[in-house]
Ligand binder design. Structure first.
Ligand code: GAP
Length: 434
C-alpha cells in the first residue's frame, strides 16, 4: 500500500492538495485543494447529493449557515461536553468538566460519579472554535463555528417539513463545512480542523427505526462501492453497546483501510429522538410531527448518516494509487473510476502548429466532458502528468489528423490506443463513460 509521504508529495506536485498558507510556514490542521483536488472533491459531493437527494423521493436538501444561534450548541450538548478541561468515562461515555470531578486531577484515572467507570485523563481543550458576532467582543456576542452540520437540520425540521410536503418517514440532507479545534490534527486531510461533512437525518417512527437503520447502512455501503473503491478495503464496523453514545441505540461505522490502519469514514446511527427533544427543551418550541391519519403527535426518531468529504477523498486517492513497471520506468497511475476522475479527457496537440484544430476539438469536448488542454512539454511527459491525475482518456491530435481527420485516443489503464474519427470522438467517449 502507498505510504502517506508519497501520496502527500503527489498531491502537491499535481495540484490536488496544498498545505494552507504555505508561504507563511503553514497552519496545522488546514489544507487547500488545488485545481485537480477541487474537481475531485466536487465530483464526490455531486455523487453524494445525486445519490442521497436527487435520486430519492423522500430526501430533501438544505444549505444552512455555518454560524448558528449559540443556544443550538447548548441544546446539542456541545457547549457542555466540549468545554475544557474535560474527562470522559470510558464505560458509560459520560463527559464531565474535570473541575466537577476533583479526583480526576489528583488521580487521572479516577472513577465516574455516575457508574464508577474509569475516567480518561483531563483534556484541557475546547473543540468548538469561538468567534464574536457584531462589534462587541463580550460573552453576549459569543458564537461558534459549527462542529457538525446536522444541528441546523434539527432546528429547521419544522420549516422543512412544512414547505416540502414530505411525510414521515423522510430525510433532510446537507453538505457543508464543519470546524473542530482538534487536539492532534494528523494523517494529512484525515483529521483536520476545517473539513466538510455530508449528513442526512432520516425522520421516522420509533418502531420502524431499526429497519431504517439497516436500510441506510446498506445504502451507504453501496455508495462507497459506487465510487469504485475496492470492496476489500471497505468494511462495516458495528459499535459495541459500551461504545455507543448514551442516546444512540445502534451505530455502525464504514471503515476504509488506510496506510495507517482501518479508519472511520462514516457513522450511521440511530439517535432516537434525542436531538429534537433537546431543541424542544431549550427553545421552548414545538417540533413535533402531527400524523393526520393516525391523529397523533410525536417527536420522530432519527437515523443519521454522517460522512466526511475529505476522508472520502483520501480513501479515493489511496485506493486509486498504483505503481507499475513499464519497461525500465515506474508508471504512477491514479485509477479513479471515470465517473469521479478530476478530468475525464485531455487533448494534446502534437506540435504548436496544430494548436488551432486541437483547441477546436477540445472546445467541442468541453460541452460534454470535463476536459483539459495540455500543450506543455513532450507527449510522454503529458501522459505521465495525466496518469498521475487520473485522466481516463487522452486524445492526441497529430500531423496525420490533418489528413485523415482522426485522432489517437489512449486509455489510461490499458495504455491501448485507438484511432478515432474527429467527429466520432464524443460518441466514442460517451460510450466509455456509461
Ligand atoms: N453528526 C455526527 C458527527 O458529526 P462524527 O463521527 O463526529 O459525527 C462524522 O463525524 C464524520 O465527519 C466522520 O466519520 C468523518 O468522516 C468526518 N470528520 C469528523 N471529524 C473530522 C476531522 N477532524 N477531520 C476530517 N473529517 C472529520
Amino acid at each position: 500500500m502507498i505510504d502517506m509521504e508519497k501520496l502527500v508529495s503527489l498531491c502537491k506536485r499535481r495540484g490536488f492538495i496544498f498545505q494552507n498558507s504555505e508561504i507563511y510556514g503553514g497552519i496545522n490542521g488546514f489544507w487547500d485543494y488545488g485545481p485537480i483536488g477541487a474537481e475531485l472533491k466536487r465530483r464526490i459531493r455531486d455523487s453524494w447529493w445525486k445519490n442521497m437527494v436527487q435520486e430519492r423521493e423522500n430526501v430533501v436538501g438544505i444549505d444552512t449557515a455555518i454560524i448558528a444561534h449559540p443556544q443550538t450548541w447548548v441544546a446539542s450538548g456541545h457547549v457542555a461536553s466540549f468545554s475544557d478541561p474535560m474527562v470522559d468515562c470510558k464505560k458509560c461515555k459520560k463527559r464531565y468538566r474535570a473541575d466537577d470531578v476533583p479526583e480526576s486531577k489528583k488521580h487521572p484515572k479516577g472513577k465516574c460519579p455516575e457508574c464508577g467507570g474509569e475516567l480518561t485523563e483531563a483534556r484541557a481543550f475546547n473543540l468548538m472554535f469561538q468567534t464574536h458576532v457584531g462589534a462587541t467582543s463580550d460573552s453576549a456576542s459569543l458564537a461558534y463555528l459549527r462542529p457538525e452540520t446536522c444541528q441546523s437540520i434539527f432546528t429547521q425540521f419544522k420549516n422543512v417539513y412544512t414547505v416540502s410536503r414530505q411525510k414521515i418517514p423522510f430525510g433532510i440532507a446537507q453538505i457543508g463545512k464543519a470546524f473542530r479545534n482538534e487536539i492532534t490534527p494528523r494523517n494529512f486531510i484525515f483529521r483536520s480542523r476545517e473539513f466538510e461533512q455530508m449528513e442526512m437525518e432520516f425522520f421516522c417512527r420509533e418502531k420502524e427505526s431499526e429497519k431504517w437503520f439497516e436500510f441506510w447502512v446498506n445504502e451507504r455501503q453501496n455508495w462507497f462501492y459506487g465510487l469504485g473503491i475496492s470492496k476489500d478495503r471497505l468494511r462495516l464496523r458495528p459499535h459495541r453497546k459500551d461504545e455507543l453514545a448514551h442516546y444512540a441505540s445502534s451505530c455502525t461505522d464504514v471503515e476504509f483501510e488506510m496506510p495507517f490502519g482501518w479508519s472511520e469514514m462514516e457513522g450511521i446511527a440511530n439517535r432516537g429522538n434525542y436531538d429534537l427533544t433537546q431543541h424542544v427543551k431549550v427553545s421552548g418550541k414545538d417540533l413535533s410531527w402531527f400524523d393526520e391519519a393516525a391523529k397523533e403527535r410525536f417527536l420522530p426518531s432519527v437515523i443519521e448518516t454522517s460522512v466526511g468529504v475529505d476522508r472520502t477523498l483520501l480513501a479515493v486517492l489511496v485506493d486509486a494509487y498504483h505503481e507499475e513497471q513499464v519497461k525500465d520506468e515506474t508508471r504512477v497511475v491514479m485509477r479513479f473510476a471515470p465517473s469521479i476522475a478530476p478530468y475525464q479527457v485531455a487533448v494534446f496537440p502534437l506540435s504548436d502548429k496544430l494548436e488551432e484544430p486541437s483547441h477546436k476539438l477540445e472546445r467541442d469536448l468541453r460541452k460534454h466532458f470535463v476536459s483539459d488542454f495540455d500543450d506543455v512539454s513532450s507527449i510522454g511527459k503529458r501522459y505521465r502528468r495525466h496518469d498521475e491525475i487520473g485522466t481516463p482518456f487522452c486524445v492526441t491530435y497529430d500531423f496525420q489528423s490533418e489528413e485523415d481527420h482522426a485522432v489517437t485516443i489512449r486509455d489510461r489503464d490499458t495504455m491501448k490506443q485507438d484511432r478515432v474519427a474527429v467527429d466520432k470522438v464524443t460518441e466514442y467517449l460517451k460510450e466509455k463513460f456509461v
